[in-house]
Design a protein around this ligand. Structure first.
Ligand SMILES: Cc1cc2nc3c(=O)[nH]c(=O)nc-3n(C[C@H](O)[C@H](O)[C@H](O)COP(=O)(O)OP(=O)(O)OC[C@H]3O[C@@H](n4cnc5c(N)ncnc54)[C@H](O)[C@@H]3O)c2cc1C
Length: 415
């Protein structure tokens, strides 16, 4: 029997391998890197059932336009003459309307809740995982009246969809952060959210899969495919040809290129973001998003990670220090007592979020192929959704009913 090949060893590829090996499937993961660092290792690690609004939402267009003119802003599209970028932006604008957003909400909510339940199950099965899942919720802190209005409106919407949301006034913040001053008018707390250490989760999962005899072909780049009718029979790499029973495309921001090799369209842009760790002094205790600056704060006891910015960057991986400064300056703007130090170059982590234009992931069979599945385009919530995506893909692979309805994630929606 030939193996199932997973192209891409990010968190989506690894959780897919995890559920497939549980089914007794022989799996090989191929990645062009050595798997020490990808978008899945240094992100903010938030598990966010509260994120039911996709990136492509009506408010983003006006905000995006105003942010375009600042090099430190949270969202940025570098204007350039690139056909794929223009096409992606047009699709993004088309998706950013109330009717598309209300169609997306139930899908995002259901997959997030499924994924969170799978994380809880994973923690029970692997108490040694060291992923440090903290179930203390996520707080959206705001300083301005306009952001307060937006967040409180969103809290009411979330409640309408059955999610818990607590509105906290300025005085309540002192109880949440007893060690330092959080300079904010108030916040919305989503108690159902959580956060974890993505690097620890990733390292554990990779080691566990190796022990379970999942093969890893690292520093091996996929360059093409060999097809017979509606099937892919082999993957062509820079190290030679690999025969395969079934293929899963989990190539993150590069998935559009893999799709192109198979002659279907999968619009995708890398949304570049940065993060860095700091000694947690005085200790921040609550996972928070500093909403005006869109900076994520993930505390891990003695250390805390600050992350943010979204620069629609294709697959350009260079570091833009101005955007890192934007994140850094937000720290003392919200936590004036925090002892922040600007990170050295080697302490700055960057990652490319795989962004589909409508903010929904692609999960399911590739158009026109009977043995090719896709799991990609998870944008800002890939860690959050990885277990559910992996589980659904393994169910489709095994020709079982999927744990939830996945029409909204159709891979063929732009093909
Ligand atoms: C600053 C920042 C903060 C974030 N915070 C959060 C958060 O709090 N919560 C959350 O849920 N998400 C968060 N995210 C998003 C999350 O990190 C991503 O959605 C997720 O990591 C994407 O995983 P992936 O497996 O799809 O892609 P990746 O991790 O990028 O993996 C794709 C892999 O495919 C390989 N590949 C591609 N093409 C080929 C090829 N041709 N041949 C071989 N290999 C190939 C690549 O080398 C790569 O290793 C954040 C992202 C950033 C940047």
């Amino acid at each position: 029997m030939k193996p199932t090949l997973i192209i891409g060893g990010g968190i989506i590829g690894l959780f897919t391998a995890y559920y497939l090996q549980k089914e007794g499937v022989e799996v090989t993961v191929i990645d062009r890197t050595d798997l020490r660092d990808n978008c899945s290792t240094g992100n903010a690690g938030m598990i966010v059932p509260s994120h039911i609004i996709p990136l492509a939402a009506p408010g983003m267009i006006s905000k995006g336009i105003s942010w375009m003119f600042s090099s430190k802003s949270p969202f940025y599209i570098h204007p350039r003459l690139d056909f794929k970028l223009v096409q992606w932006c047009l699709l993004f604008f088309k998706a950013a309307n109330p009717s598309q957003v209300s169609k997306a909400i139930p899908y995002l909510k259901n997959i997030s809740l499924l994924s969170k339940a799978l994380y809880q199950e994973f923690r029970q099965e692997h108490p040694d995982s060291s992923m440090a899942l903290v179930e203390k919720g996520l707080m959206m802190a705001y300083q301005t009246e306009s952001m307060e209005k937006e967040e409180v409106e969103f809290a009411h919407l979330a409640r309408k969809y059955g999610l818990e949301a607590e509105i906290l006034g300025h005085e309540d913040l002192k109880k949440v952060e007893p060690n330092l001053h959080l300079k904010a008018r108030g916040a919305v707390l989503f108690p159902g959210d959580a956060h974890l250490d993505p690097g620890a989760l990733y390292g554990f999962l990779k080691k566990y899969l190796e022990q379970k005899e999942v093969s890893f072909l690292t520093e091996t780049q996929v360059l093409g495919f060999e097809k017979e009718g509606t099937k892919v029979v082999a993957v062509l790499t820079d190290k030679g040809k690999l025969e395969a029973e079934k293929i899963l495309l989990c190539g993150g921001s590069w998935s559009g290129e893999l799709a192109q090799m198979l002659h279907f369209t999968l619009p995708m842009m890398g949304g570049k973001g940065y993060s860095f760790l700091q000694a947690n002094q005085p200790e921040i205790q609550q996972a928070t998003i500093l909403t005006e600056q869109k900076v994520a704060v993930s505390p891990y006891g003695a250390s805390v990670r600050f992350g943010g910015t979204m620069e629609i960057a294709g697959t350009n991986e260079s570091i833009n220090k101005n955007r890192v400064k934007g994140i850094f300056e937000a720290i003392n703007r919200y936590y004036p007592d925090f002892q922040a130090t600007f990170p050295e170059d080697k302490q700055i982590w960057k990652g490319l979020r795989p962004c589909s234009p409508d903010g929904l992931p692609y999960i399911g069979f590739a158009p026109r192929y009977t043995n090719v599945l896709v799991g990609s385009g998870h944008s800002m919530i890939g860690i959050s959704l990885a277990p559910a995506t992996g589980k659904i893909l393994s169910e489709l692979h095994q020709q079982k009913d999927s744990s939830m309805e996945i029409q909204g994630f159709a891979v063929a929606r732009y093909a």
